[in-house]
Design a binder for this molecule. Structure first.
Ligand SMILES: NC(=O)c1ccc[n+]([C@@H]2O[C@H](COP(=O)([O-])OP(=O)(O)OC[C@H]3O[C@@H](n4cnc5c(N)ncnc54)[C@H](OP(=O)(O)O)[C@@H]3O)[C@@H](O)[C@H]2O)c1
Length: 328
């Protein structure tokens, strides 16, 4: 098979396309021909040598999500047939023509979705869905999403609207907020370096109450500003650390607001948990993707050969939605 390989830590030019032996499905595994994948911050970090893949994943082939068709079944695998369209998450190895994964760690792709759109779904929608579920977000509540023009952000905004929540969001780029209004965002704040504008914005749009749920995809100083924008008994899920992995936190606000703060990560979860989260996504989000109630948002598409350009595109921070990688 053809596979993208990180030849050494560095910039996009360290990525090369190599021939690699086809992977062989083991017990209860399936062999999947990848038709489309997408790029994630994890791929950029791994390429720079700052995010080693979890045990069991290919060490030098990036790619943590895929949409593809089943081409072979390993011993004991009986949930799928050759030709079935499936999508899911892996610890690595999705930027290649073939991969193997546990047969229960995938979900069916609705017929309505073309491959290139399907490739934009798994990481964004599974992360957003799982984070909203962890936060116990309920209809009628207000969800605050930082970096709302991101892949995960736009999935969270759409799911919020589909489930009867109101979505407030931030981005550093006002144009992304305008576009995000077509994808579930109710009100947006262009957030510059002055994070003190966040709490008044949220209070203005919640009759002074604050947000019930926040998905913080940015971290760094955003977390403390988010804490100051929450309603009593609000729930914050820290999903990303693009603005830094450390910061100050007002503990009194945490106590007085009886706020819940939790972190989440998908890639490092044990297989049984990844199976559970993928199956719940398939059951609860699959129908909404099939009906078009929520849709993948594709920023741009690149072929596997163009992977270095895809990395440059994601690194530019100019993207709106997902950077998709299609296999020939
Ligand atoms: N925990 C998990 O399991 C999990 C899973 C998936 C993703 N993530 C994390 O979630 C975050 C979002 O992922 P994604 O793939 O949806 O992102 P994405 O599509 O790559 O979009 C990220 C956007 O965030 C904004 N941004 C970048 N650096 C920023 C900074 N320093 N301060 C404020 N905004 C910044 C930029 O938009 P603007 O500047 O225009 O606002 C950028 O376009 C990432 O941190 C990613 O690692 C975590």
């Amino acid at each position: 098979m053809k596979a993208a390989v990180i030849t050494k830590p560095g910039g996009p030019d360290v990525l090369e396309i190599h021939d690699r032996p086809d992977p062989v499905p083991g017990h209860e595994q399936i062999l999947v021909r990848v038709r489309a994948s997408a790029l994630n911050r994890a791929d950029l970090l791994q390429r720079r040598g700052a995010y080693p893949p979890p045990a069991g994943a290919p060490v030098d082939i990036p790619g943590i999500e895929f949409a593809g068709e089943v081409v072979a079944l390993g011993p004991g695998a009986r949930e799928w047939r050759v030709g079935d369209r499936v999508w899911g998450l892996v610890g690595g190895g999705a930027h290649a023509e073939l991969l193997v994964t546990h047969e229960r760690a995938v979900a069916p792709i609705p017929d309505a979705l073309a491959w290139a759109d399907a490739g934009a779904v798994p990481e964004a929608f599974i992360t957003a869905h799982d984070a909203l579920r962890q936060a116990d977000a309920r209809p009628g509540e207000v969800v605050l999403v930082h970096a709302v023009g991101s892949g995960v952000g736009l999935a969270a905004a759409q799911l919020s609207r589909a489930w009867g929540m109101r979505c407030l969001g931030t981005a550093r780029t006002p144009q992304k907020l305008d576009r995000a209004r077509n994808h579930g965002l109710d009100a947006g704040l262009a957030l510059g370096t002055d994070l003190a504008t966040l709490a008044p914005f949220v209070r203005e749009h919640t009759d002074g109450r604050g947000a019930d749920v926040a998905l913080d995809l940015v971290g760094g100083p955003y977390l403390d500003a988010t804490l100051g924008s929450m309603a009593t008994l609000g729930r914050i899920v820290l999903v990303g650390t693009m603005a830094g992995a450390r910061g100050e936190l007002d503990y009194r606000r945490l106590l007085q607001g009886r706020i819940t703060l939790r972190g989440t990560v998908l890639r490092a979860r044990p297989i049984e948990e990844r199976i559970a989260v993928t199956r719940r996504f398939g059951a609860e989000v699959g129908p909404a993707l099939a009906s078009g109630a929520v849709r993948p948002v594709v920023d741009s598409r690149f072929s596997l050969d163009e992977l270095p350009r895809a990395h440059e595109r994601l690194e530019s921070n100019a993207t709106f939605g997902k950077v998709v990688v299609t296999m020939s």
